[in-house]
Design a protein around this ligand. Sequence first.
Ligand code: G6P
Length: 466
Amino acid sequence: RERLDGRPCRQRLLVVANRLPVSAVRRGEDSWSLEISAGGLVSALLGVKEFEARWIGWAGVNVPDEVGQKALTKALAEKRCIPVFLDEEIVHQYYNGYCNNILWPLFHYLGLPQEDRLATTRSFQSQFAAYKKANQMFADVVNDNYEEGDVVWCHDYHLMFLPKCLKEYNIKMKVGWFLHTPFPSSEIHRTLPSRSELLRSVLAADLVGFHTYDYARHFVSACTRILGLEGTPEGVEDQGRLTRVAAFPIGIDSDRFIRALDASPVQDNIRELAERFKGRKVMLGVDRLDMIKGIPQKILAFEKFLEENPDWRDKVVLLQIAVPTRTDVPEYQKLTSQDRSLDFHALCALYAITDVALVTSLRDGMNLVSYEFVACQDTKKGVLILSEFAGAAQSLGAGAILVNPWNITEVAASIAQALNMPADEREKRHKHNFAHVTSHTAQEWAETFVSELNDTVVEAKLRTRQ
Ligand code: G6P
């Protein structure tokens, strides 16, 4: 097998995620225009030379007719993407319902929905049924496209049921699963009505990965306390079968950001912004418009800072970018698809001119905005204020000012500290974080996970033989 550039390829990698890395717009009955969205995962896998990645996922659009489905499948194939078609009802129950109204808030410590108990119980059941059905649909597409020797890498809370479905198809399939959100304390997870079934399905994978050691530990505790299984230093054991559980902190394609800073549109943008905010310090927040990001708390903290430091009132500005997502109101969908990826060059310029970045998520799996900011700051050496409840706190903690985002007084004080920080301290802190961000890249993350998955499967075979 060969890569597009003619070099031989070791292995095919099937990346399965709820959303394909494309935005698809229908132009006619059988024509589609596609745009690849260059998120972290995409750049990570483009950079992995040893694997030829193929994507399997939902294209984010409803395509009820066969002509449209065929045309979209064909267009996607050119981008090495394979669609899973989900109808509106499934999307409503599985994606809006079970994924984003139940699992997402629960995994971020916001608890289960507090509606009328009976109604909740009923919707739990139908939403969980839809979740399983959707996962089975993903499994069908994986199975149709699987070739012996492929590695299958399942992503995120949308697909916790997938490892089990895949192993039911083919026990020899190499299956990894990675969670991009936090995995909460087992005391939180145990409130979920389908807690055991989900844990068991994830355990069907050969390798289970999390951003931080704490999330991995919470998962192992949930398996030991809720399922009564045995936790070992390597993972979880069930009747002699080991599922490896480990931490694989994600990174970004830092070179892409660093290179972009030299591009002339970014330089023009930087000049323009510098002129616009002349004489003022710039503070920046970039978040998806999501309850976990703590945007209201951030604004309150900024307000408090201004109240307590009136001298700063005309000398500082807070820019908050909030990218709308997951809204099913049609008008907002339009807005969302336009705003979804804030122009990359504009974003780099904003990062570069910022003096203080405020990442104050109430909970966050990793938070790569903090990494992107650091990558763009080698000239300015600005300060990162970072929530201790973001996974990134474990890697950028030494360079950032860590805060409890619920403590408005503390965040306000850290804003003052950041704005007044002497240059040598800023430099020292930045240097630490920059070294981390440029050495722990998305590419390295993907390579580590996939090679560990390969090793895990080989080890398991050896064990069985003994
Ligand atoms: C988080 C999740 C991703 C998801 C992204 C955007 O980062 O971990 O799996 O793709 O949010 O959310 P959306 O619902 O628009 O795909």
